[in-house]
Design a protein around this ligand. Structure first.
Ligand SMILES: C[S@@+](CC[C@H](N)C(=O)[O-])C[C@H]1O[C@@H](n2cnc3c(N)ncnc32)[C@H](O)[C@@H]1O
Length: 237
């Protein structure tokens, strides 16, 4: 079972995250665990200090190494091969579906959330296995990236989603999902495609497959690019 350990200065951010939807259900069913660790418990003094000015000057404050290191050392972790320590950073590799899927083989995933101008480089050199970004923009802290990573990863754990849900989801087989409609059959003069009302499962599957491909070509043709292809993966166009 994966244990996610989040090192953060803002543990409250995760209260609502833990309390709803598939995250709550997965925790309740013991499909994964979420351990939120407050870095400030390891502050360098009784005033709760966790940051300081960067050597050499520059704008803003930097998170000091000792509180992060002590918070990390306080975790009960499996041996090195079964754990991964991630620091969220705009410098990191950009997270995608293949990456989050690969994380499900670990027992412990430690997620370090930076804040202010970031963290002291020695933490990255000492304990971080990988820096991960969620896109080419700058956020205020690593908490939203941590939630995104956990949410996207647990969807790949058996039992979290209804069986089959992942098969047709976007990015499975390098495709986006086909378009979908629900009731009513007509809305503002717009009808649902006739084939979806036919009850003919073979025709519906054919329609959906073609639609997924056309959506992919329209919005993300790069997904069909051969260079992105995994050697063993086949794409039917
Ligand atoms: C204000 S940012 C620091 C940005 C840093 N000074 C820079 O220019 O690269 C504070 C923290 O938010 C997190 N963060 C910001 N943008 C991110 C992104 N695109 N992906 C992942 N984490 C991010 C990181 O943990 C970072 O240390």
């Amino acid at each position: 079972m994966i244990n996610f350990h989040v090192l953060t200065l803002f543990p409250d951010f995760f209260e609502a995250f833990k309390a709803h939807s598939i995250i709550k259900k997965g925790i309740d069913k013991e499909l994964f665990r979420l351990n939120i660790k407050d870095i400030r418990e390891h502050a360098v003094n009784r005033y709760g200090q966790v940051d300081d000015t960067p050597f050499g000057g520059g704008a803003g404050m930097l998170m000091r190494p000792e509180p992060i290191y002590d918070a990390y050392k306080s975790l009960d972790l499996s041996d090195e091969a079964r754990r991964k320590v991630i620091f969220f950073s705009p410098k990191g590799r950009v997270m995608d579906q293949a990456y989050v899927q690969s994380l499900k083989s670990y027992d412990d995933i430690v997620l370090i959330c930076g804040h202010y101008e970031g963290i002291d480089q020695r933490i990255i050199d000492l304990i971080v296995d990988e820096q991960v970004s969620i896109g080419d923009f700058v956020l205020t802290g690593g908490e939203l990236p941590a939630m995104a990573l956990i949410d996207a990863t647990v969807r790949h754990i058996d039992g979290v989603l209804k069986s089959g849900s992942l098969n047709e989801e976007s990015f499975t087989g390098r495709r986006l999902e086909y378009r979908q409609w629900t009731k009513p059959r007509t809305f503002m003069g717009m009808d649902v495609p006739e084939v979806l009302l036919s009850g003919n499962h073979k025709e519906i599957a054919k329609f959906n497959e073609a639609d997924a491909l056309s959506e992919t070509m329209k919005y993300r043709p790069d997904l069909l690019d051969d260079k992105r292809c995994n050697e063993n993966e086949e794409v039917t166009i």
